[in-house]
Write a protein that binds this ligand. Sequence first.
Ligand code: NI
Length: 256
Amino acid sequence: MILTDTHTHLYSEAFEADRDAVIERALKAGISRFFLPAIDASYSESMYALQRQYPQHIHLMAGLHPTHVKENYKEELKHISAALKIRKFVAIGEIGIDLHWDKTTLKDQQDAFRFQIQLAKHYKLPIVIHCREAFDEVFEILETEKSSDLFGIFHCFTGTLEQANKAISYNMKLGIGGVVTFKNGKIDQFLSQIDLSDIVLETDAPYLSPVPYRGKRNESVYLLKVLEKVADIYALEKEKVAEITTKNALDIFKTV
Ligand code: NI
């Protein structure tokens, strides 16, 4: 069984003490493909180093996370443009809008999101969207930017069935992670109405651990708990769900 963690922050400080052990545990369980979303320029070097260490398993994205859109965001965007010219990335992410932490930066977040979508189109790369308490704002930009070369993943999808279908209509797959195992996570109630070809699995480690690890540090091996729950929802064998979601990830990231 090959599983793909389409969203994991393996370079995070949270893994400082045992990063190699964390990766080993995941590899042993069949989780052999890790897609690392970027946050800001301060993490670039550690991401590159990790990819050099695990070139067959680790794939990198370039991007500026919406909660890291600060006064210097134009500098950050320049860093991304420059990196894209000299390195191979599999996606632009994670990008989007987050109104949970800071509403005052909305204008700059919108500007950064739009700029990065245009970069993705230019390089024919998928985007990985972070959306928190900002569905209307994210959809508004997708509506103006939509085109056949705009596609990607709506990471950590937590919306309604209607919002799920809307995201899919913009060529997005839904990133399903720990929230699907939460009692109050809601998405488990309608997920079976979404075609399995429209979802990918993710952990968002070190955040959002699935049950029974909720509240603790998340890591990629816990993707097994997400897989279990998704297989349950679709009444399919785990192997089948692993196979289909890995294929979906491949279709997006175009990398083996
Ligand atoms: Ni993330």
